[in-house]
Write a protein that binds this ligand. Sequence first.
Ligand code: MSP
Length: 648
Amino acid sequence: MDNRTRDKVFYITTPIYYVNDIPHIGHAYTTIACDTMSRYKRMKGFDVHFLTGTDEHGQKIQAAAEKQGITPQALVDRIHLNFKELWKVLNISNDDFIRTTEDRHIRVVQAMFKKLMDQGDIYKGTYEGHYCVPCETYVPESSMGPNQTCPDCGRPLTMMKEESYFFRGSKYVPQLIEYYEKNLSGVMPRIRYNEIMSFLRGEVRDQSVSRTTLKWGIPVPGDEKHVIYVWFDALINYAAAVGYLDNPERFQRYWPAVRHMVGKDIIRFHCVIWPLMLLALGLPLPRSVIAHGWWTVDGEKMSKSKGNVVDPFKMVKDYGLDPFRYFLLREVPFGSDGDFSEAALVGRINSDLANDLGNLLNRTLQMSESYRGGVVPAAGSGYDDILGSVLENVDAAMERFAFDEALKEVWAFIGRANKYIDETMPWKLAKEQDDPASVAALDKVLMNLFEALRLAALLVAPVMPQTAQRMWAQLGLEGDPLRELYDSFHWGMGSGTRVRKAEVLFPRIDIREWQKAREEKKKMEEEKKAPAAEHEPEIAIEDFKAVEMRVARIVKAEEIPKSRKLYKLEVDLGYETRTVCSGIKAFFTPEELAGKRVILVTNLKPVKLCGIESNGMILAASVKVDGNAESLTLVAPEGDIPLGSRVS
Ligand code: MSP
């Protein structure tokens, strides 16, 4: 640690993620934002501590483990790795990863619970309320959805009554209001600050902090019938990880510098309950809780049931890591909701990355190669500083966690550099190299472009670390741009660098090809999906043989006046003619059916449909949506085979 980092400390946390969910872009987003901020602060000379982790207790885990016939511990040991793997793939530079099933966490949770109990801030009572089992929360009547459903997941709530320990948070509310009145950046952005303040000024009740309804949790010290409520347990991770119990020196260093980044859905836990717990424990409050918005996908809420959950592993595989990181932070103002679409991602790759940044690098390296043999000349006649106030503006935006604005600033600078090429026309100067003034002018232009790219690499580094490193290498620079300090970002640093051969940074995506491939993929996926949804249990060959099926011909089809779906069919089996009612009216006219050869199940027990006795069933394949056939085709024998032939 050099001198600079001694007093500049920055501790940032992501929420700890529920392990029962498969990681999606929502999780990726928070973690990439924290990673970018951590990398930025490191370049600003801060001693950064970046924490993430997993939330592993609770009802859902217990239920999932029971279903799989394994212990909850075995389950979480396996599935928390999904998150660790994702962070590796997303190039996340976290300094620590905490799991709530680790001993270092459990001991702190119990110690804090006990301290609060001993000082009378946790007491025993009875809790009764509407409980959402999947979300593990009691839902106040005022926030219930229609027909007593959970406002978050929409599922029905269960009335529950249990003995419970309560945290006397209400006692500390006035102190918290006072704190926020003095610290306007205690909750960011302002819209969330206002939301929290109005909540605090309403009636804040004591929190139920234990459960007797589940086992998979941390036992209440001295009363093992209860386990500690998952949120009380989870929030403590932030303090446990930096040594609340075990390493006071470390705790003193990082704790006062803590910032929590969270999604807007969990701000009450972070901006009300957690600070009330900290006040009761006599600990400093977080500098800021920064709340971001939610991602929808192609305009719709992301959900497993809709099947539109965006898989970050797949996005990285299809589009590359840095474009994905860039897109998430550039696309929406931090704090607002945003819509994810691959089309928008492709748009940004082509315009911002391939066109603006990629081209600038490519053109510059190629010109250096052709006009100066790849050696960047010394700018004998000075610099044209096109950087302006970019550094200050980026800094100001980053202080507000406005990643999108910081990136806009950087891209305005990249745009200016591209324009500088058009204005100075180096290709024209290159033709006038007999003139010493043109020689000097071309040297100057090339040097300035090199400088622009060197600084662009440094400025994009927190968001796109690999891109920065690739640019650095192509510019022929030594060392690692990620280790450079922001204070040393000056214009006009060096000369004489031998640049490398230009390599394409971001290949352009051909929109037509992309669309075609996408449609084909979608079609294939749908085809794959259709039969998979309808698997039946395995049967023995005898079961199959018991079904008698024969080739038949539809003689005629008639409407059944009372039925919207059924036709009355007359079917010829060669050896007899039968009446069959078939639900295929939506797909054929009677004329289309007459004369068609089909396969008929002949030994089905007769049934009466709309007053008509049906003697068999014709086979058809269909695509079903929500249980209803959307398209349908009849199964027919190929070639000529006598009516009545057996199908086996
Ligand atoms: N385990 C709790 C947090 C405890 S922190 C002490 C939890 N976990 S979570 O896995 O459900 O959610 C973690 C984060 O993902 C939240 O900040 C949430 O806002 C975020 N997101 C989940 N879906 C999201 C989107 N569709 N878009 C953006 N972020 C979203 O809550």
